[in-house]
Design a protein around this ligand. Structure first.
Ligand SMILES: Nc1nc2c(ncn2[C@@H]2O[C@H](COP(=O)(O)OP(=O)(O)OP(=O)(O)O)[C@@H](O)[C@H]2O)c(=O)[nH]1
Ligand SMILES: [Zn+2]
Length: 201
């Protein structure tokens, strides 16, 4: 059994812009605003378009993103660091953002995927209502299941605006999450070596 999500496009219809627009209008009324005043008149449609982008990962298939691979005969570490990511905390629907780092050791056949595909994979999962821990695991599981690498390590470092702009109000606090699969999970030495490359400046 694969731990990759069933492609969202097979689970639910595509983004419902009219419904999103109506909901934003309703929210504006709920907070005491007049959605018909000139400054807000186009806001529901604008927010609906922005949401289609912000939550676009719900209708994307992570396996498709990783379908470009190359015969490279490379059986050692590949590491892409500091991939900028913007996601949305599913508890408060405000952003959390930071960087993702992805390391993997290709499968025995030495096939690698395109470097940009790793960043695209982060976007597929970031563009959903998320919690950081789940997003981190999902990226690792997708890589593990599709590329069948010998090892995968994913680290995400992010600041949650729900902890900064409201609530506990601790801007600048950074949360680090990691997910390791295969060799990186089995060997403490391999994991420590990769982790020092990931977190070292
Ligand atoms: N583990 C985890 N927690 C998160 C993430 N994003 C937001 N949270 C937390 O989700 C929790 C929601 O707590 P609740 O008590 O239900 O909501 P709340 O009353 O708005 O909580 P406060 O943020 O403390 O004001 C908060 O502690 C958030 O900091 C995440 O990605 N991972
Ligand atoms: Zn939150």
């Amino acid at each position: 059994m694969t731990s990759i999500d069933v492609p969202a496009s097979r689970q639910r219809p595509s983004f419902d812009a009219a419904r999103a627009e109506a909901a934003v209008r309703e929210l504006l009324v709920a907070v005491g605003e007049d959605p018909d005043r000139p400054g807000l008149r186009d806001t529901p449609a604008r927010v609906a378009r922005a949401y289609a982008e912000t939550f676009g990962g719900l209708v994307q298939d992570p396996a498709e993103v990783l379908s470009t691979t190359f015969e490279e005969d490379h059986d050692e570490l590949v590491l892409v660091k500091d991939i900028p990511m913007y996601s949305t905390c599913e508890h408060h629907l405000v952003p959390f953002h930071g960087v993702a780092h992805i390391a993997y050791i290709p499968s025995e056949d030495g096939r690698v995927t395109g470097l940009s595909k790793l960043a695209r994979l982060v976007d597929v999962y970031a563009r959903r209502p998320q919690v950081q821990e789940r997003m981190t695991r999902q990226v690792a599981d997708a890589l593990h299941d599709v590329l069948k690498p010998r090892g995968v390590l994913v680290v995400v470092q992010a600041e949650h605006l729900c902890m900064g702009m409201r609530g506990i109000r601790k801007p600048g606090a950074v949360t680090t999450t990691s997910a390791v699969r295969g060799l990186f999970r089995d060997s403490a030495a391999t994991r420590a070596e990769a982790m020092s490359l990931v977190l070292g400046r």
